[in-house]
Design a protein around this ligand. Sequence first.
Ligand SMILES: NC(=O)c1ccc[n+]([C@@H]2O[C@H](COP(=O)([O-])OP(=O)(O)OC[C@H]3O[C@@H](n4cnc5c(N)ncnc54)[C@H](O)[C@@H]3O)[C@@H](O)[C@H]2O)c1
Length: 271
Amino acid sequence: MVNELIGKVAIVTGGASGIGAGIVEKFVAEGARVVIADIERDRGEDFAATIGADVTFRSVDVSDPAQVGALVSSAIETFGRLDVMVNNAGISSKMHRSFLDDDLADFQRVMAVNVLGVMAGTRDAARQMATSGGGSIINMSSIGGIQAGGGVMAYRASKAAVIMFTKSSAIELAHFDVRVNAIAPGSIPTPILASSTSGKTREELERFEQKLRAQMRADRPLQREGTPEDVAEAALYLAGDRSRYVTGTVMRVDGGTAAGKVVRRRSEEKN
Ligand SMILES: NC(=O)c1ccc[n+]([C@@H]2O[C@H](COP(=O)([O-])OP(=O)(O)OC[C@H]3O[C@@H](n4cnc5c(N)ncnc54)[C@H](O)[C@@H]3O)[C@@H](O)[C@H]2O)c1
């Protein structure tokens, strides 16, 4: 569809990079006006400038509820309304070979950005939407919040929290015609993976990422890599009126990863 979001105003947190940037591009292509909210000012301003007048950038740390409140107010001041809030900003915790090696030093920050940021964004957007006839809130969870695994425990815990918060707030906010849904992407190549590893040279990081991605592809029913645009398609559906009867749901965009084990064809098993 074209112009699916015409007349709508959206905020996309973490919109300066990766999945968030893909959502910004998709929303603008469909007619929305968008506020990009990100902690990375230079990257965000440059990106907003490449898109044009339908986009503005605001420097925001979503882990500070006061900044999130000011963000919502600024969207109203700039564009006059708020229809869609995408709480996408997120960070990974550091990756550890064993949980026994995890000093939990990043726990507070991961929870503050990934959970408090989502809760503040939902509350403040809903306060506004409740006065203007409703809206759509989209919270970015992860397959890591659904499927158990190792490595990044605080991240997994934070993304599971996003899912339960999304369902619970959907029940409360339905009264105001505010829909709240989550998206759970599988692994999508963006800078977030590199941020979870430390002490690696660029070459080591590339080798590590290639190996990890090959392993994840092999475990994925749809074996290609996912893209920010794949996730943006789900966000577009949840943002627009086609999903008007959908709330409290978690949409996996993971190439089938969480559906179950890959079924190998007999011919593949022989090789
Ligand atoms: N890439 C993946 O494999 C994957 C998988 C599942 C879920 N996700 C989730 O998708 C979302 C986007 O991740 P991505 O892969 O595009 O990563 P990314 O690192 O490319 O983008 C994250 C953006 O969030 C911004 N950000 C970080 N902390 C912030 C803060 N405190 N306030 C405001 N902005 C902040 C960053 O500056 C960056 O622009 C995250 O919530 C992530 O957990 C990603």
